[in-house]
Design a protein. Structure first.
Length: 134
């Protein structure tokens, strides 16, 4: 839980510093702090041993997928990656994490933020494959 909270909270200061002067008023800041406390309390309910187990399982799966890709078994690697992603998405810890961060994400979406460049994969003409990122 501490690792997840650290990752989430470590990205917040950079987002706040990127704000133009006057981008957030005092009420916005107070609301964000209250939402962060609520999120932190919610995340404290996540079983750290399950997160650790998911992390270990993810490392094993990454190694297995890398081996399949190196052996030229791209289709099998892709199937395993998709299956594993679906399994992780259904884990109780990930469901709780999504619930814990839902309100904070909605709040951040409403705040004035500078436009950030991003990659729009919806217009990619090439299909994405797990082996291509290695």
């Amino acid at each position: 839980m501490k690792r997840i909270a650290f990752i989430l909270l470590s990205t917040l200061p950079s987002a706040l510093l990127a704000q133009p002067p006057g981008g957030m008023n005092q009420g916005d800041m107070q609301g964000m702090m209250a939402q962060m406390q609520k999120m932190q309390a919610c995340m404290a309910q996540i079983d750290q041993s399950e997160i650790d187990a998911l992390q270990q399982q993810g490392q094993r799966m990454e190694s297995e997928i890398n081996s399949l890709c190196a052996a030229g078994k791209r289709d099998e690697a892709q199937r395993k990656a998709i299956s594993y992603g679906m399994q992780i998405a259904q884990s109780p810890s990930m469901k709780t994490l999504r619930e814990c961060t839902r309100d904070m994400q909605a709040m951040m979406a409403q705040m004035p933020m500078p436009q950030m460049p991003y990659q729009d994969f919806s217009e990619d003409s090439q299909p994405r494959h797990v082996c291509d990122g290695l």
